[in-house]
Ligand binder design. Sequence first.
Ligand SMILES: Nc1ncnc2c1ncn2[C@@H]1O[C@H](COP(=O)(O)OP(=O)(O)O)[C@@H](O)[C@H]1O
Ligand SMILES: [Mg+2]
Length: 132
Amino acid sequence: MKEYIVNSLEETRQWAAEFAKTLSAPVVVALHGDLGMGKSEIARKIIQTLRGADTVVPSPTFTIVQSYDGISHFDLYRVEDESELTEIGLEHAMVNDITLIEWPEIAQSMLPKDTIHLYISEYNDGRKIVIK
Ligand SMILES: Nc1ncnc2c1ncn2[C@@H]1O[C@H](COP(=O)(O)OP(=O)(O)O)[C@@H](O)[C@H]1O
Ligand SMILES: [Mg+2]
């Protein structure tokens, strides 16, 4: 377990850029944290670090998944049943890609053992990021 404190959005982005460089496919990153904690900001910075700073990274809240040449970004908030996960290509992504998952709880039983779990919470005016 490792713990990081980031005091601003800019520091969160810098942290995510450093973290991105440690990732190589296949790997699953589960982003835990309440609404507004910065899951999408971290995912966006990871994608932009690895695929180019100009990469447009919309939130996948409505599309559920967005793909960037070997990086898959999921937001499972709107998924109601585990059976939908196969349909949307989660298992396929997890064995091939750098797979970033917001609201990963519904997929818990499918996540590989070596999934990197990030827990993001409020800490003073910033955020605490715990890696497990
Ligand atoms: N230290 C910080 N790290 C991340 N986001 C921050 C921080 N401070 C403020 N914010 C704000 O919190 C919001 C996080 O939004 P978002 O990444 O969409 O959250 P989530 O995907 O977890 O719901 C953004 O509006 C961002 O500007
Ligand atoms: Mg989000």
